[in-house]
Design a protein around this ligand. Structure first.
Ligand SMILES: *[C@@H]1O[C@H](CO)[C@@H](O)[C@H](O)[C@H]1NC(C)=O
Ligand SMILES: *[C@@H]1O[C@H](CO)[C@@H](O)[C@H](O)[C@H]1NC(C)=O
Ligand SMILES: *[C@@H]1O[C@H](CO)[C@@H](O)[C@H](O)[C@H]1NC(C)=O
Ligand SMILES: *[C@@H]1O[C@H](CO)[C@@H](O)[C@H](O)[C@H]1NC(C)=O
Ligand SMILES: *[C@@H]1O[C@H](CO)[C@@H](O)[C@H](O)[C@H]1NC(C)=O
Ligand SMILES: *[C@@H]1O[C@H](CO)[C@@H](O)[C@H](O)[C@H]1NC(C)=O
Length: 645
């Protein structure tokens, strides 16, 4: 009650103080009232314009129409103050559902006021609408009857994850408290009251709105490579929940595996703890071929990501240019690719005299080479060598082979001849030996033999049999049904050739040319001329039946190989009928003589030509015996022979 009064007076005191503080003369003690007393303790003196506020004595009520204070006036002293407190009732109070209809400045005993329903309450039928209350003689009000019922706000309901505490009911002015489940934060007011919606709207609502129970959640935690987290509830991560990270097989966790959801502002969740990493473990590596760990490197069963192994090549091997002798454990759980790191070292290039490498790869450790010799040489010591490791260094498994000249046996010594160079001890492949015959001996075969390599590639062999030196003498042949057409010669030796002629009506069995053979016989052997078959209609009869003086007489022309060919002039196919021998033979002899002269002249020309060519080429003497220059003497002899026939 006092507080109420004080709150009424406070502002006024302040105003007075500020207006009149400390100006003129003092006042004595304030006036004394019967039903009131100064609010503050009484002082002996008061400054001018200082005021004194009075308050009613107990059971006395203030008449709000009268002044309740006095002021010290500098010239007149205290301003007079009349009694303002009388006995009476307090101001009547409203109930929960009703209010006092009229307000008076003072309620003396016997005063009657009325209650009416609160604007958000409803009148209960059968009760007075304006029940009066009276200020009784004991200065209290008569009781207020129940005649109204407040409107209902209805059940505000339980907040999700929380509860409500019903204190009375849900009617006007009712209060409801709210709580949240453990771990949830109440957002809003923990208590609500059922009140009028607004000044102008009498419907009732819970004010303020019931709160919500909120639990901050954390955002989904970060995903990590090669691992995952477990935890959370149905994809949400409420406050105080944990997630645990687990790495995939072969990966190990680096850091703490747990995150804890906390909040710092009761609104948002944050993760406490740092997201770990899953680092790959590499299994025990298979080292690339021909490599080993560098000294000092230790290999564990598994190596964590980033581990670097330094390698080196094993003995006899060297690093392949451009490769890095290092393996790194990648976060793919695998070692970095190292296809081939080391290769065998090269053996020294083998140098052998008169020989070379026939087949090889790279001369590296483990490889095999084949060596070979030049023509005329044979390999001694085996052709293949392997590049091997010998006390830590690469070298050929055996001494290199050597190439040795392939020898031929000494060429045979032949009767009536000799060879150049004269017999010595060594005849190596590629060398030639030239045989010559003694005088009057003809060389049968090839004068030059060469030392060659036999089919087996190892032995030497003469390419041809040694020639023979023979005393070859062919007698001048007697040709039945024919005659020798060549010039006469006293002796015929090896490879001398004679041109023969068959008599009319006869023709050559094989050839018009015969040759003195090594067995001192003419080849081919006779008979040389044979009778022409009568029915023969040979278009080119070999016989020359005493042709008339011809512009193209038969010419013997030497050929490249030294043989002769007789060019036979074409004749009529009709064989000449046999005339009387007397007249015909005479003409024939004449023609024959002329022919002979022409043939001889041709032979001379041929011989001279041939002789000239002989001079240019150096042919061993043995082959020059084929022909002899026909001398004039020989020509004469030939003439005589013809006369005789
Ligand atoms: C209801 O809430 C009010 C205000 O928070 C509090 O003073 C009162 O004690 C509460 N009552 C109950 C029964 O919890
Ligand atoms: C009071 O407010 C409520 C909700 O806004 C509304 O439905 C109702 O019509 C209002 N009543 C009056 C009398 O204005
Ligand atoms: C999980 O969430 C789905 C939809 O996100 C929902 O249908 C399901 O009922 C929830 N389960 C639980 C146990 O909360
Ligand atoms: C979460 O982890 C903390 C330790 O960080 C522990 O005290 C707490 O009980 C855990 N909570 C759950 C729900 O497992
Ligand atoms: C969060 O809520 C708790 C209890 O519910 C309280 O003690 C704390 O002061 C609140 N913190 C903030 C920042 O609101
Ligand atoms: C002798 O032999 C050599 C080589 O074998 C050959 O070239 C030459 O023609 C031969 N000479 C004769 C006359 O056969």
């Amino acid at each position: 009650m006092f507080g109420n009064v004080f709150s009424h007076l406070g502002p006024r005191i302040l105003v007075l103080f500020s207006l009149f503080s400390g100006v003129l003369g003092d006042c004595g003690p304030p006036p004394v009232l019967k039903n009131a007393r100064p609010f503050d303790p009484i002082k002996s003196t008061y400054k001018p314009h200082e005021s004194v506020v009075y308050t009613c004595l107990p059971d006395y009520r203030e008449d709000h129409t009268k002044p309740y204070m006095t002021v010290c006036s500098p010239d007149k002293g205290w301003k007079p103050l009349e009694e303002f407190c009388e006995r009476g009732c307090e101001g009547p109070y409203a109930t929960r559902f009703s209010i006092v209809e009229e307000f008076l400045p003072f309620y003396p005993v016997g005063t009657v006021v009325h209650h009416v329903c609160h604007r958000s309450a409803e009148h209960i039928p059968g009760h007075p609408k304006r029940p009066p209350i009276t200020c009784l003689s004991d200065y209290t009000w008569s009781p207020v009857p129940v005649f109204c019922k407040g409107k209902s706000c209805g059940d505000p309901g339980r907040p999700e994850n929380g509860d409500r505490i019903i204190l009375t009911d849900f009617l006007l002015k009712a209060e409801v408290n709210f709580t949240c489940n453990k771990g949830y934060q109440l957002i809003g007011s923990p208590t609500s009251q059922c009140l009028s919606r607004s000044r102008s709207n009498n419907t009732v609502v819970w004010k303020p709105n019931p709160p919500i129970c909120f639990r901050p959640t954390c955002p989904p935690p970060s995903d990590i490579r090669n691992g995952a987290y477990t935890g959370g509830k149905n994809g949400t991560f409420p406050l105080n929940s944990n997630v645990t990270y687990i790495c995939d097989l072969g990966f190990s966790l680096s850091g703490d595996n747990l995150l804890h959801c906390i909040t710092e502002d009761n609104k948002t969740g944050i993760w406490r703890g740092s997201v770990p990493e899953c680092k790959g473990d590499c299994p025990n590596p298979v080292l690339p071929p021909h490599s080993s760990l560098r000294t000092g490197e230790v290999l564990l069963d598994t190596s964590p990501t980033g581990t670097v192994l330094r390698l080196q090549c094993i003995a006899g091997h060297e690093i392949i240019t451009g490769t890095i002798p290092r393996m790194t454990c990648l976060d793919t759980n695998k070692w970095s690719e190292l296809p081939t790191l080391c290769q065998g070292k090269r053996c020294p290039i083998p140098h052998i005299e008169n020989g070379q490498i026939v087949s090889s790869d790279d001369l590296r450790l483990g490889e095999e080479i084949t060596l070979g010799c030049q023509y005329g040489f044979r390999i001694i010591g085996g052709a293949t060598r392997q590049c091997v490791l010998k006390s830590g260094r690469v070298d050929w498994n055996r001494e290199l082979p050597v190439c040795e000249r392939i020898p031929c046996a000494r060429p045979p010594i032949i009767a009536n001849g000799r060879y150049d160079p004269s017999p010595s001890d060594t005849y190596d492949a590629g060398w030639t030996v030239i045989y010559r015959c003694d005088a009057d001996y003809s060389l049968i075969g090839n004068s030059t033999i060469t030392c060659t390599v036999a089919e087996n590639g190892v032995d030497g062999k003469w390419n041809l049999p040694s020639p023979e030196c023979k005393n070859v003498k062919c007698r001048r042949p007697i040709i039945p049904n024919g005659k020798v057409a060549s010039v006469f010669q006293a002796t015929y030796t090896y490879q001398n050739k004679l041109l023969i002629e068959c008599d009319p009506g006869y023709t050559f069995v094989e050839s018009s040319l015969i040759e003195c053979d090594a067995d001192s016989q003419w080849k081919p052997s006779g008979p040389w001329c044979d009778k022409i078959p009568t029915t023969s209609k040979s278009p080119t009869p070999a016989v020359t039946p005493t042709p008339p003086i011809s512009l193209t007489p038969g010419i013997v022309t030497p050929k490249e190989d030294g043989t002769e060919e007789t060019a036979v002039p074409p004749t009529t196919t009709q064989a000449t009928p046999k005339d009387e021998p007397g007249s015909v033979s005479r003409i024939g002899i004449a023609i024959g003589a002329v022919l002979a002269v022409i043939v001889l002249a041709a032979l001379i020309i041929v011989a001279v030509k041939w002789f000239l060519r002989q001079g240019k080429t150096n042919i061993p003497s043995a082959s020059t015996d084929n022909y002899r220059v026909v001398s004039e003497k020989d020509m004469a002899l030939e003439e005589k022979e013809k006369e005789k026939v």
